[in-house]
Design a protein around this ligand. Sequence first.
Ligand SMILES: O=c1ccn([C@H]2C[C@H](O)[C@@H](CO)O2)c(=O)[nH]1
Ligand SMILES: [Zn+2]
Length: 129
Amino acid sequence: MNYKQLVEKAYEAMDFSYSPYSNFKVGAALLTKSGKVYTGCNVEIASFGATNCAERTAIFKAISEGEHDYKAIAVVSSSRDFTYPCGICRQVIVEFSKDIDIIVAKDYDYEVYKIEELLPKSFTQIDLK
Ligand SMILES: O=c1ccn([C@H]2C[C@H](O)[C@@H](CO)O2)c(=O)[nH]1
Ligand SMILES: [Zn+2]
């Protein structure tokens, strides 16, 4: 699975987006080190705080199936621009992976980031020791 294929998986997941309030569709595809792909979409709830982002949907699916080691996560949206993971999702990403490639894509164009770039000086497990 190369990153272009992972972006395609994220677009497939975006089609399942449940976003009746914002009409902003997001899809994510998480590639594990074992080669599996977990996809996710954003799920909006009338009580807005209960909304879940596409990235967290994908990560929580993987965690709930015992997969903790990730190589990359691709994120796409219905926006004309790149969509970067929100603050909550950055915190979830750093919880589970310090070296994951974060692929922010729009059509066939993509950028790759490390979590240290998107969430510098993060608060993690180490700080609780
Ligand atoms: O990286 C992002 C940014 C936003 N959203 C969702 C949350 C909400 O449903 C909609 C608008 O914020 O987009 C994501 O899923 N991922
Ligand atoms: Zn988010």
